[in-house]
Each structure stands twice: as structure tokens, then as C-alpha cells.
Write a protein that binds this ligand. Structure first.
Ligand code: GUN
Length: 308
């Protein structure tokens, strides 16, 4: 058996196409497009790519998107000032500060910055007010990756209600909000993490397995019940040939990419899982494109709410 591949890029295109008329209607009514302010601090190569993709997608969807940049050495006060300016801006409905912030900003910088963003402009859904609303199942702005996972499952006709879900990874950005969204849709949810005992055995009970831990190809066939749906949130760039040869089969697309570019992206799920899973998200082209589509949807939503 070979798993059905859940084409996140196609679902993301569909969501973006659905947004088009609503964005145009908002612009006609408000006399301006929905506006998104993105802030990038430092020059983390992965963040550069993510931000570039977000700006491009926003432009294509008819949104206004502005990028503010700071050097990695900037004091946190400079970043807080930019956030305050965007909080006051009439033209910006959404604010996104790309994570992670440089270490030099201090260990509490991210929390201070996310706490300062106005909850009604918090299109990442990271503000404690929005997290609290999510806990109580009355959220308006939910983080993009978790809500993208729900869209992908629902539009792929994978039943959530009653399903046994196991989530590996307890981050504030992915694991915890994904657990809440699935719980509200009547799944039975188990959260796993680095201290979980017998992890493969627990994971293998899942009808839907969500993996967001940041360890390349960690989840093997032993973690997966035959026929289960596996959502791979990991994005890991491999540059070491030994790693690539251990994970990717000779002649595979990934191996070709590595030979051409000297690096390749892999998820947290080993490719061998396709032999047992019922459905599987690819990396790249699975969850990633949905995160961006949901960011655009949140920006439109924030604009509509602000305009009344
Ligand atoms: N870094 C990785 N994913 C995200 C995200 O969804 N939002 C922000 N702000 N930073 C990220």
C-alpha cells in the first residue's frame, strides 16, 4: 500500500482563490486593501525565505504587505517601537513579527513583542488573549499552521470527530493550538513530547498522527498504525550527505534536489512511512503552503472585524 499524498499546495491555492472576491469586496467598501505589516529581525536564511513567500502571497491575493527590517544587533526597544507604530496604523490590519528573534535580543524578547501586538491585529494568533479565546473555543484569530492542518484534514474528507489523534511536539505555535482545534472538533487527543515513554507505541494508536518536533525523519514505520493519516509539520534542511543517503532513497526527487543544490528539505517523518500510512503530507508542499494561506485569511478577517 502507498499512502494518499495530501496536496497542501493545491488546498492552499483553493483557499487563496476563495479569498480573492472577499478581498476585492473589502477594498471596494473600505477604499483600501487589507494591510499586513511584517517585521523581520536579522538574517536567518529560513526566515528570509518564509517572509519572502508571505510577501509574495499577500501581493498575489490583493493585500497590501509592508516589510520592516531590523539588524540582528538591534535592541528590543527598536522592535517594540515598530510594533507600536503598526498597532496605531490605520492601513495595517495584521501584524506579523517573524519568529525566531535573534538570541542577542534576549530570552524574553519574543514574549514581550507578541504581548504588545494588539489582539485584533494579531494574525499569528500568538497573543495570550487570542490563545485564551482558542482554549474557550471562541477564537477569531488562530495560528496559521494549526488552522491550516484543520483545513487540510477537512477538505481531504478525513474524519476528525471521534478520531484518536496523537500530536508529537508541544510548542505554543503548533502542538498546543493544534490539540485544541482538534479537541473542539471532538477528537480524542494525546500530546507527546521528549519525556513521553514508549513514544512509538503511543503514536501507533493514532488514527491521525501530527508530527511537529523538528527532528529529520524521526518518525518511522514503527510509529504508524497501518492506514493512519500522518501530518508532517517538520521542515529540516539537510546538507550532510550521510544524512541524505540514510533518509532518502537513491533516485528519489529529494536525492536529485540534493545533488543539484547541495541541500534538501525533509520533514520529521521518514519517507518509509508512505508504505504504511493511509494518507501523508509531503515536505515541501504539505502543511507549509497552508500556513501562508491562513495568514492571508486571518488578515482579511482582522480587516473585516476592524471595519465592522
Ligand atoms: N516562524 C515559523 N513559523 C512562524 C509563524 O507561523 N509565524 C511567525 N511569526 N513566525 C514563524
Amino acid at each position: 500500500m502507498s499512502a494518499r499524498i495530501l496536496d497542501g499546495a493545491a488546498v492552499a491555492r483553493q483557499i487563496r482563490a476563495e479569498l480573492g472576491p472577499a478581498v476585492a469586496a473589502f477594498a471596494a467598501r473600505a477604499g483600501r486593501p487589507p494591510g499586513l505589516g511584517i517585521v523581520l529581525v536579522g538574517d536567518n536564511p529560513a526566515s528570509e525565505i518564509y517572509v519572502r513567500n508571505k510577501l509574495k502571497a499577500a501581493g498575489e491575493a490583493g493585500l497590501r504587505a509592508d516589510l520592516s527590517r531590523l539588524p540582528a544587533t538591534a535592541p528590543v526597544a527598536d522592535l517594540l517601537e515598530i510594533v507600536e507604530r503598526l498597532n496605531r496604523s490605520e492601513a495595517h490590519d495584521g501584524i506579523l513579527v517573524q519568529s525566531p528573534l535573534p538570541q542577542a535580543m534576549g530570552s524574553d524578547a519574543e514574549r514581550r513583542v507578541f504581548d504588545l501586538i494588539r489582539p485584533d491585529k494579531d494574525v499569528d494568533g500568538f497573543h495570550p488573549v487570542n490563545v485564551g479565546r482558542l482554549v474557550q473555543n471562541r477564537a477569531t484569530l488562530v495560528a496559521g499552521t494549526p488552522s491550516g492542518i484543520i483545513e487540510l484534514l477537512e477538505r481531504s474528507n478525513i474524519t476528525i470527530a471521534g478520531a484518536r489523534v496523537v500530536i508529537i511536539g508541544r510548542s505554543d505555535i503548533v502542538g498546543k493550538p493544534t490539540a485544541l482545534l482538534l479537541l473542539h472538533r471532538h477528537a480524542t487527543v494525546t500530546m507527546c513530547h521528549s519525556r513521553t515513554k514508549n513514544l512509538p507505541r503511543v503514536a501507533a494508536e493514532a488514527d491521525i498522527l501530527v508530527v511537529a518536533m523538528g527532528r529529520p525523519a524521526f518518525v518511522t514505520k514503527a510509529f504508524v498504525k497501518p492506514g493512519a493519516t500522518v501530518i508532517d509539520v517538520g521542515v529540516n534542511r539537510l546538507t550532510d550527505r550521510a544524512d541524505v543517503e540514510r533518509i532518502l532513497a537513491a533516485g528519489s526527487k529529494g536525492r536529485q534536489d540534493f545533488e543539484e543544490r547541495g541541500s534538501v528539505l525533509v520533514g520529521d517523518v521518514h519517507p518509509e512511512v508512505a508504505e504504511v500510512a493511509g494518507a501523508l503530507t509531503p515536505v515541501p508542499g504539505g502543511v507549509g503552503p497552508l500556513t501562508i494561506a491562513m495568514l492571508l485569511k486571518n488578515t482579511l478577517r482582522a480587516a473585516q472585524e476592524r471595519a465592522g
